[in-house]
Every structure is written in C-alpha cells, then in structure tokens.
Design a protein around this ligand. Structure first.
Ligand SMILES: [Zn+2]
Ligand SMILES: [Zn+2]
Length: 95
C-alpha cells in the first residue's frame, strides 16, 4: 500500500501525524499538571484568615489545640475524635 503512494503525500501524512501526536502529548502533559495541582491542593492544609492575627493561618481544634479534620464550618478533633470549632493555631481565637 504505502510504496504506491506518491512521496509528497506520505511526507504530508507523516507531518500531519507528528502534529497530531505533539498536540496529544501536550494535552496529556496539561491534564497531568492539572491533576497534580489538584492533588497538591488537596494535601495542603487549608488556611483560614484570622481576624486577630490579620493573615492566613492554619487552624487547630478548640478543645485540644490539636490538628483537625476539616468539615464544612466545623472540624473533627484528631485528639478526641469529636466535633470541635476551628481556632487559630497562633492566638487560639475562633476563625
Ligand atoms: Zn490568630
Ligand atoms: Zn479534642
């Protein structure tokens, strides 16, 4: 099949294939980067704005000042496994 095709057409097809290949490769890299960013964002502890400190701080539980598993508007204290409020890790005021 291939040797019967004119040389120009073969070269054209090859160039076309390379372009498609490069685009596909770029798409894969982009998707991988986006997945990586989402993964990193998920791992990073969520920062909250503390009114008292005036900047973004990490939060701890109000009962044990331990790290919290954050839920919507409250958290689970990793020390006593009960619901707790989130307080600033630095000044221990509610955020
Ligand atoms: Zn604070
Ligand atoms: Zn606790």
């Amino acid at each position: 099949m291939l040797p019967l095709l004119p040389l120009v057409d073969t070269a054209g097809n090859l160039a076309c294939l390379i372009v498609v290949g490069i685009i596909a490769l770029l798409m894969i890299i982009l998707l991988a980067l986006m997945a990586y960013q989402r993964y990193m964002a998920g791992k990073r502890p969520v920062q909250h704005l503390c009114d008292y400190c005036g900047h973004m701080v990490s939060v701890v539980s109000d009962c044990h000042h331990a790290p919290v598993k954050e839920k919507f508007l409250h958290g689970i204290c990793t020390e006593c496994k009960t619901e707790c409020r989130l307080v600033c890790a630095k000044c221990k005021r509610p955020v």
